[in-house]
Write a protein that binds this ligand. Structure first.
Ligand code: ADP
Length: 618
């Protein structure tokens, strides 16, 4: 053996560790590329820093970069950086021992419990370099440290008992690592494969990375640049890259937090809603990075569910590279970041709502349903979410929005409640006779036809001390009881007629009474004081097949021609048939409008009877 070559034996604990890595940690061998690039990137960052602080650094002009060379024929993988390099001491201490105490015990325990350790865990313990032994039997490292008088060394090991170090001819500053891939892992010499792994994990590494001389990481870590220096088209480009969206984003937010927790973040609101809302789609939300190196796609715990439509990246120096899923799911640090991010995002929305209404309306149109769902997910921010929620109303017209605040500001002094109407769709709302009074009196009514509204309105209850009230409820405080333009029936006649209605309809209705709210329609159904509004009942029926909707109160408009005519027909037995059919038909029509009519055949039969009478020439 060359007298230059010194043999070192791995410490017992290191041997066990290597054994574990090689035999148990094979679930994601591809991570070896990320580990190598990340080490190279760290070494380059250190060189960059040293260059700024030490004029004596070796080769101060050397370009800071990472070159990967794939020799397909011989199956040799080589990665080279012009970073800080290692001295012979470094090679022994950094590459020959386990940096953190307890690592071995921990990994052993995991290996026992899970049979095979998820390789995601490796980097957490400062042993990432050894993941290379998953794909090779022998690693060679050639390196020269950045000290002026440094020498160059070669470190070599088969990852079993020993490693060797020898001095070699002077090379340039930095480190070159190469190894022959095991047969079953020879695909890591394929350009396309390595490139796609690099795109996934190392696309935003701060230094140029080349594979066989081709530049790979074209997109820089924009979130580390100063806000003012980032150009719009860079942002657009970046957004498209991370979101797989072909459109430019609606808006972006740059967050930089320093102090107790440290992270930088670049967030985007997509211009368009995803085609399938709320489904567990493959869309990525926010990805987690540590020092520009990709850690996790769609880090579930960085944002509350109702903000999952946001796209972007969060990069923190506070977690180590390669943390496990378990860590990100339970860590107080992630929780803090989530709270800070949520607050920042809500402020961002509030500013958009204030300063750029068009953008905010687009945001709300596409993602408002998410925000509404936030009401029962995020108690801390509930009042902020209520302020952000928008509705169409009887005053705004289609496609325009009002907030609760707008609504309350427009209320007349004597209005004590906030009125809304719920239905499956806008058309059904417009057809509802219960709106007549409000339209006639110019009282604004909030239109709720988004399916999620039934789940969210109950969480609001009141706004600024004003109760939210469905206009389908019977107990509305009508200030004016003469909305209809024509004169009403006199009291005695209407009482008798109402009795007749009750008799005919029997237990189909809870009650029949004279209406104040109707202007143009003869009759309408409302919900008793204790009942749910109709939309809520539909939801209950969806959830529980046996649920029966509560009975309605039928209100009749005693200034309406049909009702007046009916009162005139009363008192003669020969008219009994017409009166009964008319009453049933009025009730069925009201049910039809609400979407509740169960037996259209009976309805049509009665209708035809009445038509026959109407069309009989006198
Ligand atoms: P970690 O990177 O988590 O510390 P590794 O096992 O990946 O753990 O690496 C061990 C150490 O080896 C690093 O901390 C670093 O000091 C040294 N090292 C690895 N790769 C390089 C490199 N390309 N240039 C300089 N030093 C390196």
């Amino acid at each position: 053996m060359n007298i230059n070559v010194q043999e070192h034996e791995f410490k017992a604990e290191m041997k066990q560790l290597l054994n574990l890595i090689i035999h148990s940690l094979y679930t994601h061998p591809e991570v070896f590329i990320r580990e190598l690039v990340s080490n190279a990137s760290d070494a380059l960052s250190k060189a960059r820093f040293r260059r700024l602080t030490d004029s004596e650094i070796l080769e101060p002009e050397a370009e800071l970069k990472i070159n990967i060379h794939l020799d397909k024929e011989n199956k040799i993988f080589t990665i080279e950086d012009s970073g800080i390099g290692m001295s012979d001491d470094d090679l022994i201490t950094q590459l020959g021992t386990i940096a953190k105490s307890g690592t071995l015990e921990f990994l052993k325990k995991v290996a026992e419990e899970q049979k095979s350790i998820d390789a995601q865990l490796i980097g957490q313990f400062g042993v990432g370099f050894y993941s290379v032994f998953m794909v090779t039997d022998e690693i060679t490292v050639e390196t020269r440290s950045a000290n002026q008088d440094s020498k160059s060394y070669r470190w070599k090991s088969n990852g079993e008992e020993r490693f060797t170090i020898e001095e070699i001819d002077q090379r340039s500053r930095g480190t070159k690592i190469y190894f022959k891939l095991k047969e079953e892992h020879s695909s890591y010499c394929e350009d396309w494969k390595v490139k796609s792994i690099l795109k996934k994990y190392s696309n935003f590494v701060d230094f140029p990375v080349t594979v066989n001389n081709e530049d790979i990481n074209t997109v820089s870590a924009l979130w580390h640049r100063k806000k003012e220096e980032i150009k719009q088209d860079e942002l657009d480009e970046f957004y498209k890259f991370i979101s797989n969206d072909t459109n430019t984003p609606l808006a972006h937010l740059h967050v930089s937090i320093e102090g107790n927790i440290n992270f930088k973040s670049l967030l985007f609101i997509p211009e368009n809603a995803p085609p399938t809302m709320f489904q567990d789609s493959k869309e990525k939300s926010v990805s987690l990075y540590s020092k520009r190196v990709f850690i996790q796609d769609d880090a579930k715990d960085l944002l509350p569910d109702y903000l999952k439509f946001i796209r972007g990246v969060v990069d923190t120096e506070d977690i180590s590279l390669n943390v496990s899923r378990e860590f990100t799911q339970n860590s107080p640090l992630m929780n803090k970041m989530k709270n800070v991010l949520t607050g920042k995002i809500l402020t961002w929305f509030e500013e958009l709502a204030e300063n750029d209404k068009t953008k905010f309306n687009t945001l709300f149109k596409n993602f408002g349903a998410y925000l509404k769902l936030g009401l029962n997910q995020d108690f801390t921010n509930k009042s902020r979410l209520i302020e952000l929620i928008r509705f169409e109303t009887s005053v705004t017209g289609q496609g325009n929005y009002s907030s609760f605040n707008d609504y309350v500001n427009k209320m007349s002094a004597d209005q004590t409640e906030i009125y809304y109407i719920n239905a499956d769709n806008r058309d059904r709302i417009l057809r509802n006779p219960n709106l007549e009074y409000f339209n006639k009196k110019g009282i604004e009514v909030i239109y709720l036809f988004d399916p999620v509204d039934v789940f969210t309105i109950p969480y609001i209850n009141d706004y600024k001390g004003k109760q939210l009230k469905s206009i389908d409820k019977s107990d509305i405080d009508f200030k004016d009881d003469s909305a209809g333009s024509d004169e009403k029936l006199n009291k005695d006649i209407s009482t008798a007629l109402i009795e007749k209605f009750k008799q005919v309809l029997g237990d189909k209705v809870e009650d029949v009474c004279e209406s104040v709210r109707l202007v143009d329609s003869p009759a309408t159904l409302v919900v008793g004081k204790q009942g749910f509004d109709p939309q809520m009942e539909k939801m209950m029926q969806m959830l529980d097949k046996d649920y029966t909707a509560s009975k309605r109160i039928l209100e009749i408009n005693t200034s309406h021609k049909i009702i007046k005519n009916l009162s005139l027909l009363m008192g003669s037995d020969s008219n009994e048939h017409i009166i009964n059919d008319s009453i049933e038909t009025l009730y069925d029509s009201a049910m039809l409008l609400e979407g509740y009519l169960k037996a259209p055949q009976d309805f049509i039969k009665r209708m035809n009877n009445l038509l026959e009478i109407a069309t009989t020439s006198k």
